[in-house]
Design a protein around this ligand. Structure first.
Ligand code: BDP
Length: 695
């Protein structure tokens, strides 16, 4: 009886130790199995000596180091400083702000930095080196962030919902704040600090004015107090009509004195709660949000008014360029450019213009936004979307660092070859005094934070690239897999291969050859290439793919909308000839005939079908590859990812069948061999989409 009881207890314990719900992200700190490595690390881990200074961020660094080393090495890091065998924090003013150096010297490991944040990031880096089992006996390297503000933008609402959030509800429990501090806020801050994220915007860009009330500022302060020791600054999205909504003024015209005074007073109040408050993020005159144009003023007038209000407190205004008026004759591609380019030089010094990575809207693939490189006098921040609004929600496995990297390494040629988007954003092309990058967060209340466990890699990878856009996707994938999933080398390789291919696979079965914006209306999940009518023409699918009996694609050359003319000559040369344009961007810039022979050797229709069919078989390959890692990753995680991959396969089949059947109504050509014509009809596919649209 007793024996049975012990066995039962043991199996429960083993199960509990083994089952992993993903909560600990990449900060697991489980005991390392490699005993030789553990012995090596132990030689440097007996104490932490803080010769830097004592403040809350440095204390966090020491606490994190001790906690991490305790777990990874199974030791207790002591407070007793000796001459050898420990980790020492040191001041070095020659190191760039927030950067650090880690060096093994005289039997110790020294983490030096100019600022406390540098010490924090250096500590997390040392832990990462150990987690990934690198050698530290001779470690000697420096690292510093290329971009100053590395932000997460949360699209979280007052009622706890998240716009375009697919991992549960908001992390912020507004009704419980400020009294109740959910311990999860600290876990969130730790994760961000470990990848160098130093700023967060707490609320949706479609902003409720409520956040600027005294009651809510007290709640925001409570969060800011939790995040501060992790080096994270808090920002808010603001509603441009707040003076009218909250202040009961007759309007919110940025040139009205009383409106300006209202904002000045409001800024003073915000800073009385949160002295190190970062500033305001603004979506104005876009998709129904209020803005300065209602009063005949420009975006610069609006931004500068807010900039003046936060200036005495060193605050910033981040003004979004995601604007596109409903212009039935125009091309949405050009709207933001035409609106903002003429304003270059008119923004106040503490204004940053935040631009989405592409000209339309977070598509699975877009050419880079033409505003990058076009505004030398205005700091341009990059806005990426980590949450998978147009990339299959939390159902699809898509490793986004591939997308981020593709955009960042695109060459704008504005100052000659090598003027990449990354170098525009990091300020090196135009010497911007302030630099910033933002990622729309994919976090939520789901136990594993991101819904799809593999989407944790997108949060992680975004942070790593925000720190240094020169990191490779391979390196990022490797680090994340080692820290999160498994220390078995073969399984690591298999998973890395899945991650690195996943984005292209998603493009293949959804938007190959430069198709874009053919997702389900409003929800942006699934496909709706036949969508002809909507509240605005540029919210339909046919506006973008322009398929007809002759061919498919949007002519944006000089013969068409000439959006291509917004780029520098070199970029135009890359893309303006349909024969030589990279197939990735073909339908972004060209209307191509169905029978056009492509560089692949196939004609256009055959190539399009090939991409859709291959996309589906590639998902099958991902499924088979995932099967191979069974036993090498935690069982709960294995099953969860497996289930989601199966759902992704069903989605891929839907995309394929719907799109080839629909485009076939235009091309009038048969599905090419060796592919087998879909068993379902176009009408059946439309029914599936109708279900998604049911409220
Ligand atoms: C679109 C989203 C919408 C956002 C908007 C934005 O569908 O929910 O509010 O972008 O970025 O992609 O402002």
């Amino acid at each position: 009886m007793l024996k049975k009881g012990i066995i039962l207890l043991l199996s429960i314990l083993t199960f509990q130790v083994k089952a992993d719900d993903g909560f600990r992200l990449w900060l697991k700190y489980d005991l390392l199995k490699n005993t030789a490595k553990v012995a090596e690390y132990k030689r440097f881990s007996s104490f932490v000596d803080n010769q830097f200074e004592v403040n809350s961020i440095v204390k966090t660094a020491a606490k994190e180091l001790k906690n991490g080393l305790n777990g990874l090495l199974g030791i207790s890091v002591s407070n007793t400083v000796k001459s050898k065998g420990g980790i020492i924090f040191k001041k070095d003013v020659s190191i760039p702000k927030e950067g650090f150096r880690i060096e093994a010297k005289n039997g110790n490991v020294i983490i030096s930095a100019q600022t406390d944040k540098g010490i924090l990031y250096g500590s997390f880096e040392l832990l990462r080196q150990i987690q990934t089992e690198s050698s530290i006996s001779t470690i000697n390297f420096s690292s510093s962030p290329k971009i100053q503000l590395r932000m997460l933008n949360h699209w979280d609402n007052v009622l706890g919902t998240i716009e375009r959030g697919y991992a549960g509800s908001s992390l912020w429990k507004w009704y419980e704040l400020p009294e109740n501090i959910d311990p999860r806020y600290v876990e969130y801050a730790r994760a961000n600090a470990s990848i160098g994220i130093n700023a967060v915007v707490l609320n949706n860009v479609n902003a409720s004015a409520r956040f600027l009330t005294k009651e809510y500022l007290a709640k925001v302060k409570a969060l800011a107090d939790v995040f501060r020791p992790y080096g994270i600054q808090v920002f808010l999205s603001v509603n441009f009509a707040s003076p009218k909504i909250l202040g009961k003024l007759k309007n919110s015209d940025p040139l009205e004195l009383e409106v300006r005074q209202w904002w000045n007073e409001k800024a003073k109040e915000v800073y009385s709660f949160i002295p190190d408050f970062g500033g305001f993020l603004v979506k104005a005159n876009s998709e129904g949000e209020p803005g300065p144009q209602e009063f005949g003023r420009t975006h610069a007038d609006g931004a500068n008014m807010l900039a003046e209000a936060v200036k005495p407190f060193n605050g910033l205004v981040i003004w979004r360029a995601f604007v596109y008026g409903p212009n039935p004759k125009g091309d949405r591609f050009k709207e933001a450019f035409n609106e903002f380019k003429p304003l270059d030089g008119q923004f106040a010094k503490n204004v940053i213009v935040q631009v989405k990575n592409g000209p339309i809207d977070f598509m699975p693939r877009e050419p880079f936004h033409p505003l990058f490189g076009a505004m030398p006098k205005t700091p341009m921040a990059m806005e990426f979307q980590i949450t998978q609004e147009y990339l299959g929600f939390s159902t699809n496995l898509v490793f986004l660092p591939s997308l981020f990297k593709e955009v960042l390494s695109s060459d704008t040629y504005v100052n000659g070859k090598g003027s990449t988007v990354a170098k525009v954003v990091d300020g090196s092309v135009h010497n911007y005094p302030i630099t910033a990058i933002a990622g729309v967060a994919n976090t939520g209340s789901d136990r594993n934070w991101t819904g799809h466990l593999m989407s944790q890699a997108n949060w992680y990878g975004y942070g790593r690239l925000a720190w240094n856009h020169e990191f490779t996707t391979e390196q990022i994938a490797e680090e994340w897999i080692k820290m999160t999933l498994t220390n078995e080398v073969t399984a690591q390789k298999t998973i890395k291969n899945i991650l690195l291919k996943s984005r292209e696979i998603y493009v293949n079965f959804t938007n190959p050859l430069g198709l874009h914006h053919i997702m389900g209306q409003g929800i942006h999940f699934g496909m709706e290439p036949w969508l002809e009518k909507s509240a605005r023409p540029d919210w339909t699918a046919i506006y973008y793919h322009r398929a007809d009996s002759l061919g498919i694609g949007f002519d944006r050359t000089a013969n068409g909308s000439n959006a291509l003319g917004l780029y520098s000559k070199e970029v135009q040369n890359l893309w303006n000839n349909p024969e030589t344009c990279d197939l990735k961007y073909l339908f972004w810039f060209h209307h191509v005939s169905w029978n056009q022979k492509l560089s692949t050797g196939k004609n256009l229709w055959d190539e399009l079908c090939t991409r859709y069919y291959t996309g589906v078989t590639e998902v099958e390959t991902m499924q088979n590859d995932w099967e191979k890692v069974k036993g090498s990753v935690d069982e709960e995680i294995f099953e969860d990812v497996k289930g989601r991959l199966a759902a992704q396969h069903r989605e891929a089949l839907n995309w394929r069948d719907a799109c080839v059947l629909y485009f076939q109504t235009h091309s009038k050509q048969a599905i090419p061999t060796p592919f087998i014509k879909p068993e379902r009809t176009l009408e059946e596919m439309k029914k599936i989409v109708e279900i998604y649209q049911l409220k």
